[in-house]
Design a protein around this ligand. Structure first.
Ligand SMILES: [Zn+2]
Ligand SMILES: [Zn+2]
Length: 463
């Protein structure tokens, strides 16, 4: 059997995979609550002959499914969490919720998890048919959205035995990442002051809200003096109350700080902390700084990216054959000037691979932490029409479409073919590890989430 045989096998079985993805779309479970989704995966993978262990690294909705033995050990990274507040009917080109403010698969993780599973199942089929040895591990990684599932898993050594790991993400184009995603910290800043009558005894009050406002202004000035690809954003989660005649005694905000490389992030984190402390000093209040979670930047490995890109360029992209092109065009029109759409609703031609990997992407992902543990490669494929952003109602609406299925099939085929190529060229793994050592500078992986923070604690914070 060659790669074409694997691709044919996945195509023949595509309806099984589409059905699983649609089921996960309907479950739409958010971070740390993906129980039904995990049950569906476990049942599917056990039927495929994988041995499954649920609940890794203290995360109840994580799992790994193992098949085979011996080298190489190749990991396939799957996700299945939805987003809160993005409930949306499938297959309609208007914003229309199914259940009020319910959950929806706005990041396409129903497709992501199943596409990665197709990679694992296709590669397993190859090894089995050829009678070859090798270990296939599918990792069920929960809570990518705001929960850093893989970061906890990396901290507990779940990925330590891998020779490499493969994954992908739904997108509006076929591409290899042009650079790393950013390292990311989430921190809660809570100010405590003294309540008092704002007119009768203002001198007795100390305003936590003033402190928080000053902190935000301080950070505003910091933005001019930080690396241009770094990002700082915040949400005020407690304004202290609704009565202007009371001096607000408590106020807090959630901050996210992002930077292309972990050491830069550590420095920015300290600068923001100093601004918070300065704001507390100015207002005679106190500040509590609580680090909630973090993820690392991704390390790109050209030796692996090259193989994945080659497969992306060589394999037939079935999105062009989708039966629901009219719907795809309707979705594009909700986001783009109709005159600028062109002949196709999709970006089909693979975006040229930026071998230098030097253009940071302004997002973050816990895949970054896996990439610090072992060489990782991942691609994006066109599951969404041109211009569709992740975390949008349009992305949810497209999640069960024929074109999304076909984009997922394409990703599964690319991943399986990449695994087969790696298997047949074992020197690639050595080269990948040598590039990995170069990128880390030989430094061991340092998890951005301190030991004392448990998944359970984060679960309570974020759900
Ligand atoms: Zn997302
Ligand atoms: Zn995502």
């Amino acid at each position: 059997m060659d790669k074409q045989g694997v691709i044919k096998y996945l195509e023949e079985r595509s309806s099984d995979f589409y059905a699983l993805s649609d089921k996960i779309w309907s479950n739409a479970e958010i971070r740390f609550q993906e129980k039904e989704s995990v049950n569906d995966y476990v049942a599917f993978l056990e039927k495929e002959g994988f041995s499954v262990e649920v609940g890794l690294a203290g995360l109840k909705t994580s799992f790994k499914a193992v098949w085979g033995s011996g080298k190489p050990v190749i990991g396939f990274l799957g996700e299945y969490d939805a987003l809160p507040g993005l409930s949306q009917k499938a297959g309609v080109a208007v914003k229309e919720s199914i259940c009020g403010n319910g959950n929806g698969h706005g990041c396409g993780h129903n497709l992501l998890g199943v596409g990665a599973l197709m990679g694992a199942v296709g590669y397993k089929h190859y090894l089995e048919t050829e009678g070859k040895k090798g270990t296939v591990i599918y990792f069920g990684c929960p809570a990518e959205e705001g929960g850093s599932g893989k970061t906890f898993m990396a901290r507990e050594g779940c990925f330590n035995d891998l020779d490499c790991a493969l994954s992908w993400h739904p997108a509006d184009m076929n591409m290899m990442p042009p650079g790393p995603v950013l390292a990311n910290d989430s921190i809660r800043y809570s100010f405590t002051g003294k309540a008092s009558h704002a007119a009768a005894a203002p001198e007795k009050g100390r305003s936590a809200l003033d402190a928080l406002e000053l902190m935000n202004i301080g950070v505003q000035f910091l933005r001019e003096h930080m690396p241009s690809s770094a990002r700082i954003h915040y949400a005020i989660t407690d304004t202290g109350g609704i009565s202007p005649n009371i001096v607000q005694a408590h106020a807090s905000a959630l901050y996210q700080i992002r930077a292309p490389y972990a050491p830069e992030l550590a420095s920015l984190y300290e600068r923001v902390n100093n601004i918070a402390r300065g704001a507390a000093l100015m207002t005679d209040t106190e500040v509590e700084i609580k680090f909630l979670k973090g993820t690392s930047n991704t390390l790109l490995i050209p030796a692996l990216d090259e193989i994945m890109y080659k497969n992306m360029c060589e394999i037939h992209n079935p999105v062009e054959d989708a039966s629901d092109m009219d719907f795809a065009f309707e979705i594009v029109k909700t986001q783009k000037d109709p005159n600028s759409i062109g002949d196709s609703a999709f970006n089909i031609k693979p975006y040229p691979w930026n071998k230098a990997g030097n253009i940071p992407l302004p997002g973050s992902s816990d895949v970054g932490d896996v990439s610090w543990v072992c060489p990782v490669t991942q691609c994006g494929t066109s599951t969404w029409p041109k211009g569709t952003a992740a975390h949008s109602w349009q992305a949810v609406s497209c999640g069960k479409s024929d074109f999304a299925h076909r984009g997922m099939l394409f990703a599964g085929e690319i991943i399986a073919a990449t695994a087969v190529d790696i298997f047949n060229n074992p020197e690639v793994i050595e080269k990948a590890w040598s590039q990995h050592r170069e990128k880390t500078g030989g430094q061991p992986y340092v998890c951005p989430i301190p030991k004392e923070i448990t998944p359970a604690e984060l679960e309570a914070e974020t759900t």
